[in-house]
Design a protein around this ligand. Structure first.
Ligand SMILES: [Zn+2]
Length: 160
């Protein structure tokens, strides 16, 4: 896969709770349906992201960036469907109405710049939220995510 789009996501499991093993378990296909009532609702869901940035800024990678992951679902970007075929998905541990942490913005900027270096096809113009590529179906990373702050960080660190 040649990544041409970076999709920013927000996730917490169960929704609104941080920490714990559940995001790792979900993205490695090992979420126990009996672990929490919410997990029953998403039982059998096969999803993965390339990377997760935890609340403390730790980056966990699940899928090599040049390989396809299963993060966008039914989606469309600038007239092109099936975003999983050409995008990298980065998840921020977060929740609706709760600001992301300073460490997460910093690490997301570091990761983004590394991806720009690795893939000439990725540029600041080709970054979107999950909500942007699956409107009406997905609303993460929610208004919790401060896009201008992220853009300023990228520019300050020399993004092209
Ligand atoms: Zn998402």
């Amino acid at each position: 896969m040649s990544p041409e789009l970076l999709i920013v996501h927000g996730i917490s499991l169960p929704p609104g709770q941080f920490g714990g093993p559940w995001i790792d378990r979900l993205f490695t296909g090992q979420l126990p349906a009996d672990g929490h009532p919410y997990f029953k609702e998403i039982e059998g869901l096969r999803v993965s992201a390339h990377a997760l940035i935890r609340r403390d800024g730790e980056i966990v990678q699940y899928v090599p960036f040049g390989e396809r992951a299963w993060h966008a679902g039914k989606s469309e970007y600038r007239g092109r469907g099936v975003c999983n075929d050409f995008s990298i998905g980065v998840e921020l541990e977060g929740a609706e109405g709760i600001p992301y942490t300073d460490a997460q913005y910093n690490q997301l900027a570091v990761l983004t710049l590394a991806l720009f270096d690795a893939y000439a096809t990725l540029t600041p113009e080709h970054i979107a939220g999950h909500c942007d590529v699956a409107p009406g179906r997905k609303d993460d990373p929610w208004v919790s995510f401060d896009w201008p702050r992220y853009r300023r960080l990228l520019a300050a660190r020399g993004a092209p």
